[in-house]
Ligand binder design. Sequence first.
Ligand code: ATP
Ligand code: MG
Length: 425
Amino acid sequence: MKLQKPKGTQDILPGQSEKWQYVENVARETFKKYNYGEIRTPLFEHYEVISRSVGDTTDIVTKEMYDFYDKGDRHITLRPEGTAPVVRSYVENKLFAPEVQKPVKMYYIGSMFRYERPQAGRLREFHQVGVECFGSSNPATDVETIAMAYQLFTELGIKDVTLHLNSLGNTESRLAYRQALINYLTPLRDSLSKDSQRRLDENPLRVLDSKEKEDKVAVENAPSILDYLDEDSQTHFDAVRSMLEVLNIPYVIDTNMVRGLDYYNHTIFEFITKVDKSELTICAGGRYDGLVEYFDGPTTPGFGFGLGLERLLLILEKQGIELPLEPSLDVYLAVLGDKANSKALELVQAIRHQGFSAERDYLERKIKAQFKSADYFKAKMIITLGESEIEAGQVTLKNNKTRQEITVGFEEINSNFAEIFKTLV
Ligand code: ATP
Ligand code: MG
């Protein structure tokens, strides 16, 4: 049997993983500037943590869940997204308790799982970085969180991302709009896709989100939710818009964007970019003021986003953005003859303990082959160690670029390698 990875998954190999680490580090550093701390929740959750909070009628829950019954007959699902698990954890660990910590800001980086049809930028195991902020209903929080994602794109050098913005208002506004949308869509029912006919009964706002052509045509002249915002919702949305303008963050209003999850209210947003002429969302999020209460916590406003790392890396590649990754090794130790084996071990360890990266030959190869390895690993310095060097108690160190050489005793390498390295490299 030929063993292969499951459909829709990826091995992230050395050579690629450096890019992942780089992007993740930039994200961590950016989030730190906004006073975020990291949270790590389990890769799997009780099915109910996801199902009702994300929404019983959403694609994620109805079609895309990796759920199963474990040996104890518990209904479990691999997590398809990060917000519901973080809210579950926030309530379970009573992170709301101390007032001094407010707002509580947390980010996560990790795998998510959705049973989808794999294609470019769409996998079954994918990775998100996401953030959640609890305890502030201030529109400045909405704007600051959006600005944080925007700063991340800027720091990575990503161009041409467009911020799409909409408001779902509060519950009252949404109910009024829901009825208006039903009134508009009902006469068009037969022209809708099968899925959207079902959505019209179960969750009509979802029709706006459909990617089917016939649905897109049908909703073209749909009423706008922004015409149904009550005073509170309007005030919040106006404040968000004006603060985005204060920060010079360009945006477009997209009234047909409703997001694929049920827990949102007020501000929702997506960052969209073009890849090969088709639009791809890299980052999406919004406000979820009712979610903590839904998990039996105290009334607590929330705001967050999720950002797809595969899509982010895809965009970096498509936009030809070179990440500042210079793979290199400080030292390669060429080893000649069996008698040098143990001394070689001693020397590379001494070098590593003084903070430098070092590799050596383990395979008793010819010297030429060892120098080839040194070049392959982009070694900055080559040290050659053979029997005569051991007898003399000293080795020759060569700058692998300038070919400049110096000879030093073992003692100096053991005690003062930093100094030697600085003079030669
Ligand atoms: P889409 O409309 O593209 O299916 P979504 O609305 O389902 O996206 P969210 O649940 O908002 O996506 O997830 C946030 C981000 O996670 C997306 O913007 C995207 O970058 C990423 N993402 C979602 N699903 C996948 C997937 N199957 N593979 C890779 N990345 C994904
Ligand atoms: Mg989706």
